[in-house]
Design a protein around this ligand. Structure first.
Ligand code: SME
Length: 155
């Protein structure tokens, strides 16, 4: 049976909740989400978290990811990830090569969505970065699905 994207997000959200139910370690939680997301959606070329560096609070450092080698550090305001962290909002870029602020880690990445992750006090703790090798791969269904999944990361 082929499920539509919305249904896939709903099913995946249930699976993530079930798998993470008793797990309190954040690396385990981030890694599990990255694994399940990248296995579910064939247009996710690079899927991973950039975490706020607790020693440099205006810089992101690479966290758990699946895909080709990612940049290790991204200052706030730089690239799509750094901009999302600075603005604390989800960004969808339909063609990264027409976006001047984009940091190119892999020429195969053509479009991108970045979703901020907040703790219980609404402090930013990370961003979820998903790149696709297809142009214009992400829409409002991805945005709401990924924002919901990111909201489940913190317990
Ligand atoms: N594309 C990102 C950089 C990170 S990598 O693509 C993994 C950006 O511009 O924020």
């Amino acid at each position: 049976m082929t499920y539509d994207k919305q249904t896939k997000y709903e099913n995946l959200t249930k699976e993530i909740n079930a798998v993470l139910k008793n797990e309190t370690n954040m690396i385990a939680r981030y890694s599990t989400v990255v694994c399940l997301l990248s296995r579910e959606f064939d247009y996710f070329y690079w899927t991973g978290f950039y975490l706020i560096d607790q020693k440099k609070l205006n810089e992101l450092v690479i966290g758990p990811y699946q895909g080709t080698l990612g940049c290790l550090r991204i200052p706030f305001g730089k690239g799509v990830c750094g901009l999302s962290a600075e603005l604390k909002k989800t960004l969808i870029i339909s063609d990264v090569h027409n976006f001047t602020n984009h940091i190119s880690c892999d020429v195969n990445s053509k479009s991108e969505i970045v979703v901020p992750v907040f703790d219980k006090n609404r402090n930013l703790i990370a961003v979820l970065d998903v790149d696709s090798s297809k142009l214009d791969a992400f829409d409002e269904v991805d945005k709401s699905g990924l924002e919901h999944i990111c909201s489940l990361l913190v317990f």
